[in-house]
Design a protein around this ligand. Structure first.
Ligand code: SF4
Ligand code: SF4
Length: 184
């Protein structure tokens, strides 16, 4: 397994809107200023995106059966706000992060929740949104065909590996250029 410890990355503090925005802007600037250096990350991100598509179609087959009947929808605002690694992943794929409303109540409904579920593409949702499996959802997957369950385990492992590889490469380039960044 190719893991990456995301606690090594700067923290996007959702309780500090100004600090959150400053770090987000700094990260966007880093991507804009270092396109060539970040090419290996961009390539690794393509693999991550492919794995995410595969996982997404698998998960959605199950969420369509489970979520419409849910009495305790898990999508709170605090869950829809990204971590630093999430935004690095969006930018590696050339996606612009969505606007985050940092003044909404964190325990209220996620700003991206619509009448028919999440309104943003899975690839620009926080990673935790894909990784979260409530008990009813897990049960649906577990009681399904064994081949499906085995495929699910394989896919989520491949997704985690692809993300680990992408963030490892990003971190190397980010830290190698920290001094330059800090001078600006
Ligand atoms: S993932 Fe689970 S908790 Fe979240 S909305 Fe679907 S059924 Fe409800
Ligand atoms: S899945 Fe979408 S609506 Fe739910 S918490 Fe994540 S971003 Fe928000």
């Amino acid at each position: 397994m190719i893991g990456f410890d995301t606690t090594k990355l700067p923290k996007l503090d959702i309780n500090n809107p100004d600090g959150f925005t400053q770090i987000l802007d700094r990260l966007k600037r880093f991507f804009a200023d270092n396109k060539d250096k970040l090419l290996p990350v961009t390539l690794a991100a393509q693999n991550y995106s492919q794995k995410m598509e595969q996982v997404s179609s698998f998960i959605e087959a199950y969420t369509q059966k489970t979520c419409p009947y849910c009495g305790t929808v898990c999508c709170a605002q605090k869950h829809g706000l990204p971590e630093f690694g999430d935004v690095a992943a969006f930018l590696s794929l050339g996606h612009t992060p969505p606007y985050y409303d940092l003044h909404l109540p964190l325990s209220g409904a996620c700003q991206f929740m619509g009448p028919r579920g999440c309104t943003i593409e899975r690839i620009i949702r926080p990673y935790r949104c894909t990784w979260y499996f409530c008990d009813p959802l897990l049960t649906q997957i577990e009681i399904g065909p064994t081949a499906h369950y085995n495929q699910f385990i394989k896919l989520v492992q491949q997704l985690a590996d692809a993300r680990g590889q992408m963030l490892t490469l990003f971190y190397e380039i980010w830290t190698a250029n920290l001094t330059i960044m800090d001078e600006r």
